[in-house]
Design a protein. Sequence first.
Length: 172
Amino acid sequence: MNRREFLTLTGAAVVALSLAGCGGGSSAPAVPATPKDAKVLEAINLYRGKLPPLTLDSGLNKAAEEVAKIILLNKPLTDKKTYDELDEAIAGYKNAGQPIGLSMDKITYKATPIYVCQDDAKLMGEQLMAQTEDDALEQLQSPLVKLVGIHVFEYDNATYWVAVVAEGKDPA
Protein backbone atom coordinates (compact mmCIF):
# COMPACT_ATOMS: atom_id res chain seq x y z
CA MET A 1 0.00 0.00 0.00
CA ASN A 2 1.47 3.35 -0.98
CA ARG A 3 1.24 6.58 1.03
CA ARG A 4 -1.70 7.96 -0.99
CA GLU A 5 -3.81 4.79 -0.50
CA PHE A 6 -3.01 4.78 3.22
CA LEU A 7 -4.08 8.42 3.65
CA THR A 8 -7.26 7.84 1.63
CA LEU A 9 -8.24 4.81 3.75
CA THR A 10 -7.36 6.58 7.00
CA GLY A 11 -9.44 9.61 6.00
CA ALA A 12 -12.40 7.40 5.11
CA ALA A 13 -12.13 5.62 8.45
CA VAL A 14 -12.08 8.92 10.34
CA VAL A 15 -15.18 10.13 8.48
CA ALA A 16 -16.99 6.84 9.12
CA LEU A 17 -16.18 6.92 12.83
CA SER A 18 -17.26 10.55 13.20
CA LEU A 19 -20.56 9.84 11.43
CA ALA A 20 -21.14 6.81 13.64
CA GLY A 21 -21.20 9.16 16.63
CA CYS A 22 -23.85 11.45 15.14
CA GLY A 23 -27.60 11.34 15.73
CA GLY A 24 -29.80 9.26 18.00
CA GLY A 25 -28.07 10.36 21.18
CA SER A 26 -31.12 9.75 23.34
CA SER A 27 -31.12 6.01 22.69
CA ALA A 28 -27.51 5.52 23.74
CA PRO A 29 -26.61 5.46 27.42
CA ALA A 30 -24.76 8.48 28.78
CA VAL A 31 -21.06 8.18 29.39
CA PRO A 32 -19.96 9.18 32.91
CA ALA A 33 -18.79 12.80 32.69
CA THR A 34 -16.03 12.30 35.23
CA PRO A 35 -14.23 9.42 36.92
CA LYS A 36 -16.16 10.35 40.08
CA ASP A 37 -19.49 9.85 38.26
CA ALA A 38 -18.23 6.43 37.17
CA LYS A 39 -17.29 5.54 40.77
CA VAL A 40 -20.73 6.59 42.04
CA LEU A 41 -22.42 4.52 39.32
CA GLU A 42 -20.25 1.54 40.28
CA ALA A 43 -21.14 2.02 43.98
CA ILE A 44 -24.86 2.19 43.20
CA ASN A 45 -24.66 -0.97 41.12
CA LEU A 46 -22.72 -2.72 43.93
CA TYR A 47 -25.51 -1.68 46.31
CA ARG A 48 -28.06 -3.22 43.92
CA GLY A 49 -26.30 -6.56 44.26
CA LYS A 50 -27.58 -9.17 41.82
CA LEU A 51 -30.07 -6.85 40.15
CA PRO A 52 -29.19 -5.71 36.63
CA PRO A 53 -26.87 -2.70 36.65
CA LEU A 54 -28.44 0.70 36.12
CA THR A 55 -27.73 2.66 32.96
CA LEU A 56 -26.59 6.24 33.24
CA ASP A 57 -29.03 8.58 31.46
CA SER A 58 -28.13 12.12 30.38
CA GLY A 59 -31.67 13.42 30.98
CA LEU A 60 -31.68 12.10 34.51
CA ASN A 61 -28.19 13.55 34.98
CA LYS A 62 -29.86 16.92 34.41
CA ALA A 63 -32.46 16.04 37.05
CA ALA A 64 -29.69 15.11 39.52
CA GLU A 65 -28.00 18.43 38.73
CA GLU A 66 -31.24 20.20 39.63
CA VAL A 67 -31.31 18.34 42.96
CA ALA A 68 -27.79 19.58 43.68
CA LYS A 69 -28.92 23.14 42.83
CA ILE A 70 -31.75 22.81 45.37
CA ILE A 71 -29.15 21.94 48.01
CA LEU A 72 -26.68 24.61 46.94
CA LEU A 73 -29.30 27.39 46.76
CA ASN A 74 -30.33 26.53 50.32
CA LYS A 75 -34.02 27.14 49.64
CA PRO A 76 -36.82 25.46 51.57
CA LEU A 77 -38.18 22.35 49.87
CA THR A 78 -41.68 23.71 50.44
CA ASP A 79 -41.10 26.39 47.78
CA LYS A 80 -42.89 25.28 44.57
CA LYS A 81 -40.46 27.23 42.37
CA THR A 82 -37.66 25.08 43.76
CA TYR A 83 -39.08 22.06 41.97
CA ASP A 84 -40.03 23.56 38.58
CA GLU A 85 -36.74 22.79 36.84
CA LEU A 86 -36.54 19.37 38.50
CA ASP A 87 -40.07 18.56 37.32
CA GLU A 88 -39.10 19.64 33.81
CA ALA A 89 -35.98 17.45 33.89
CA ILE A 90 -37.90 14.31 34.90
CA ALA A 91 -40.75 14.91 32.46
CA GLY A 92 -40.88 12.04 29.99
CA TYR A 93 -39.58 9.43 32.42
CA LYS A 94 -41.61 6.53 33.73
CA ASN A 95 -41.91 6.56 37.51
CA ALA A 96 -38.97 8.85 38.24
CA GLY A 97 -38.19 8.42 41.90
CA GLN A 98 -37.53 10.83 44.70
CA PRO A 99 -33.99 12.22 44.81
CA ILE A 100 -31.38 10.02 46.47
CA GLY A 101 -28.71 11.56 48.65
CA LEU A 102 -30.33 14.45 50.44
CA SER A 103 -31.72 14.97 53.89
CA MET A 104 -34.39 17.51 54.77
CA ASP A 105 -34.36 19.48 58.00
CA LYS A 106 -37.86 19.12 59.50
CA ILE A 107 -37.86 22.66 60.89
CA THR A 108 -36.40 24.73 58.03
CA TYR A 109 -37.32 22.33 55.20
CA LYS A 110 -33.88 22.88 53.69
CA ALA A 111 -31.90 20.04 52.15
CA THR A 112 -28.35 18.95 52.86
CA PRO A 113 -26.37 16.26 51.05
CA ILE A 114 -25.81 12.84 52.61
CA TYR A 115 -23.30 10.93 50.49
CA VAL A 116 -19.66 11.93 50.28
CA CYS A 117 -18.04 11.02 46.98
CA GLN A 118 -14.91 8.90 47.38
CA ASP A 119 -12.37 7.26 45.10
CA ASP A 120 -13.29 3.78 46.36
CA ALA A 121 -16.57 2.55 44.80
CA LYS A 122 -16.66 -0.51 47.03
CA LEU A 123 -16.46 1.65 50.15
CA MET A 124 -19.23 3.93 48.86
CA GLY A 125 -21.36 0.85 48.12
CA GLU A 126 -20.79 -0.43 51.66
CA GLN A 127 -21.78 2.96 53.06
CA LEU A 128 -25.02 2.79 51.08
CA MET A 129 -25.70 -0.65 52.55
CA ALA A 130 -25.17 0.72 56.07
CA GLN A 131 -27.42 3.76 55.50
CA THR A 132 -30.72 3.65 57.36
CA GLU A 133 -31.95 7.24 57.10
CA ASP A 134 -32.41 7.64 53.34
CA ASP A 135 -35.76 6.08 52.43
CA ALA A 136 -35.08 6.94 48.78
CA LEU A 137 -32.48 4.13 48.68
CA GLU A 138 -35.32 1.59 48.57
CA GLN A 139 -35.81 2.59 44.93
CA LEU A 140 -32.41 1.12 44.09
CA GLN A 141 -33.61 -2.32 45.18
CA SER A 142 -36.45 -2.35 42.66
CA PRO A 143 -35.87 -4.57 39.63
CA LEU A 144 -38.10 -2.15 37.67
CA VAL A 145 -35.62 0.73 38.00
CA LYS A 146 -33.29 0.79 34.99
CA LEU A 147 -32.00 4.35 34.57
CA VAL A 148 -30.04 6.66 36.84
CA GLY A 149 -28.79 10.22 36.72
CA ILE A 150 -25.88 11.25 38.92
CA HIS A 151 -24.44 14.62 39.85
CA VAL A 152 -21.24 15.12 41.84
CA PHE A 153 -20.74 18.56 43.40
CA GLU A 154 -18.84 20.54 46.01
CA TYR A 155 -20.66 21.56 49.19
CA ASP A 156 -19.21 22.87 52.45
CA ASN A 157 -15.61 21.86 51.60
CA ALA A 158 -16.48 18.29 50.60
CA THR A 159 -17.52 16.46 47.44
CA TYR A 160 -21.00 14.90 47.50
CA TRP A 161 -23.24 13.10 45.04
CA VAL A 162 -26.97 12.87 44.45
CA ALA A 163 -28.96 10.64 42.08
CA VAL A 164 -32.37 10.33 40.45
CA VAL A 165 -33.69 7.00 39.12
CA ALA A 166 -36.50 5.98 36.80
CA GLU A 167 -37.99 2.81 35.36
CA GLY A 168 -37.47 4.08 31.83
CA LYS A 169 -38.63 6.70 29.40
CA ASP A 170 -42.28 7.26 28.64
CA PRO A 171 -43.15 6.22 25.09
CA ALA A 172 -43.19 9.27 22.84
